[in-house]
Design a binder for this molecule. Structure first.
Ligand SMILES: [Zn+2]
Length: 91
């Protein structure tokens, strides 16, 4: 009887250790996934802000005559943007 109890205790201990291990590994995997998603989002934000800054600088250089959608220099174009096909205002 005593021996069986001890075996049961060992089994419960093993199960508890396994569950704790799975929890820790799961948390670590989830944390790492969140880190990757966060890093990807940060990289995307940096690229988006950089592109926006480039477009606005290009717009200033072209004296405002740029495509509103893609920032293409429209000083030599009329009607439609040759880059993205958007309609341009009649300057
Ligand atoms: Zn365009």
């Amino acid at each position: 009887m005593g021996r069986l109890r001890r075996n049961e205790k060992v089994m419960v201990g093993a199960i508890v250790a396994l569950v704790a291990y799975a929890l820790i590994v799961g948390l670590w995997v989830a944390l790492r996934a969140m880190l990757y998603v966060g890093a990807a989002f940060a990289a995307w934000a940096v690229v988006a802000v950089g592109l926006r800054l480039l477009a606005s600088r290009r717009a200033r250089r072209a004296g405002g005559r740029v495509c509103a959608r893609c920032g293409y220099d429209l000083r030599a174009s009329r009607g439609r943007c040759p880059e993205c096909g958007a309609l341009t205002p009649p300057w």
